[in-house]
Design a protein around this ligand. Sequence first.
Ligand code: ADP
Ligand code: MG
Length: 243
Amino acid sequence: METKILVNKLVKKYGDHLVLDKIDVAIKEKDVVCVIGPSGSGKSTFLRCINKLEEPTSGQVIVDKFDLTDKNTNINEVRQHIGMVFQQFNLFPHLSVLDNITLAPIDIKKMDKNEAEKRAIELLEAVGLANKKDAYPDSLSGGQKQRVAIARALAMDPDIMLFDEPTSALDPEMVGEVLQVMKNLAKQGMTMVIVTHEMGFAKEVANRVVFMDGGHILDDGSPDQVFNNPKSERTANFLNRVL
Ligand code: ADP
Ligand code: MG
């Protein structure tokens, strides 16, 4: 499989605070990578460097042959191929579900309105929310909001999806419905990088688990390898605490 995301010696500092310390990782097409690790270990920063929501201090991030760290790269073009889903949904509160989903395809991709709506309804069907197309975000549960946020990201037809703790803000009974949507995406062959504390999901759905601590990747392997035979003692300690 082709390499989709190549990260070379990625360093991110905030002032003197070294948050990512020479991260190296290559993610292949159709990989489903779960990134785990303690709070403050740099997981979100790593994810945000992949679509340049954060500017790397040094090192290289290459997505689909586009070098994000090259000043001449048009980041907006690259971002069209990368969907991102956050813990806090970030839906537009003044727009209906349908308009949340069609906004970027119409504005950025210059998609015809009818075509954008037709696609949005297909995506809402895929996440089980076709009946909510005219609803406003306020009237939805957390799990529904997050499924709309996923549909909205998919409306740009990305070939990489980044998730930053997509279920961490949800009531427990809503976690499953969001994980199910993500599982379906994985089955369809989407390349996914998922920061999560859902270890059951990581075991079942990921083909690869990356453990981060202190700005380093301390383990990187199959779920079986990382969960059952971690290389680093810190991984083992972390897993003992969360499993
Ligand atoms: P995680 O997602 O693993 O919890 P983060 O990537 O959010 O970790 O944060 C890693 C470290 O970087 C933390 O110590 C955090 O306080 C710091 N950090 C994150 N974002 C910023 C920022 N915008 N300015 C300063 N420090 C930050
Ligand atoms: Mg985080």
